[in-house]
Structure formats: C-alpha cells, structure tokens
Write a protein that binds this ligand. Structure first.
Ligand code: ZN
Length: 167
C-alpha cells in the first residue's frame, strides 16, 4: 500500500495524450476589442492536436487515436470538445487561448549519418529539421528516422526534413 500523501505528492494525469504539435500562436482574438474585455475559450494542447489530425490532416479517428495513444472514445471526446470551443469562440466573438491539458510532447527521432549517433528531440523545441545538428559530433548531416507513414507532409519541418532526406 502506498500512502495517500505520496500519491498526492506525485500527481499524474490519468491519460496523457501524445502530441506532435505545439502551436507558436496561442491566443486568437476578435479584432477591435481589447483582450481583457473578451470572454475566453481555453483550448487544451491535446484538443488542438485532435483538430489538427482529424480536420487538417484528414485522418480517420482510429488513426488519430493511435497516433495520440489514447482510446477512440477519448479521442472523440477531445475532438468534440475542441470543435465546440472553436465554434463558440467564432459564434460568440470570444478570444481563443490554447493552453494546458493532459499531454506529453512526442519525440522526433534522428540519426547522424556521420557518427551513427541516434538521438531524440521533442516536437516544438530545439532546432527544426534542416538546422538540426548531431549532439555528439556536431555534424549537420542528420536524418529523420521516424517520419514514415502519417501526418508530417503538411508540417513545415516535415517538408524540410524530406528535402534533406532526398539530398
Ligand atoms: Zn554525429
């Protein structure tokens, strides 16, 4: 038995969604009204990811759930919630803030072609695609190794990574 105190000291969200995208822009507001006078809808990072995968990448719910490593009903709840918040912001003229949630940032995997060092960098942090250098030898000839199969084609760093892979 673990004490409740111990459990409380280490809070852990029950279902962390895996996300591959962290937005650069996190606040949207109607033009002409100061933010402080507006009501806000707060979209979580995983809700944005649900919208991105389903509505922008056009993937099936099953695949979205697999990518985010959650059940399909959980994915559907995130998606419905995201759409509702975005709809309310548009219809009622609210600001939209993207913030918080239960998620962990997926890792991008790379291999250095010079020294064969394998390394990982979280999405949305560090250098992007073409600017990536090997943390072990500093060489710029690194290759993305986890890019197969889904979703990356529309991402700016995905495109850059592909050009690099082709060269
Ligand atoms: Zn290297």
């Amino acid at each position: 038995m673990y004490s409740e105190t111990e459990a409380n000291d280490l809070p852990r969200p029950p279902k962390d969604r895996r996300v591959e995208f962290l937005p650069d822009v996190t606040v949207f507001k109607p033009a002409g009204t100061p933010l402080r006078e507006l009501d806000e809808e707060v979209l979580t990072v995983e809700e944005l990811e649900a919208i991105r995968l389903k509505d922008l990448e056009g993937l099936q719910q099953e695949e979205c759930a697999r990518i985010m490593q959650i059940s399909r009903p959980t994915f559907q709840r995130d998606l419905v919630s995201a759409r509702e918040k975005i709809a309310r912001a548009l219809v009622e003229g609210r600001a939209l803030r993207i913030e918080g949630g239960n998620y962990r940032v997926a890792m991008r995997k790379f291999k250095c072609r010079k020294c064969n060092h394998d390394f990982e960098v979280p999405f949305g942090t560090g250098k992007r695609g073409i600017e990536m250098t090997c943390p072990q030898c500093g060489d710029e000839n690194v290759q993305r190794t986890d890019c197969k199969g889904h979703g990356f084609g529309n991402m700016p760093w995905g495109r850059r990574g592909r050009e690099r892979d082709d060269g």
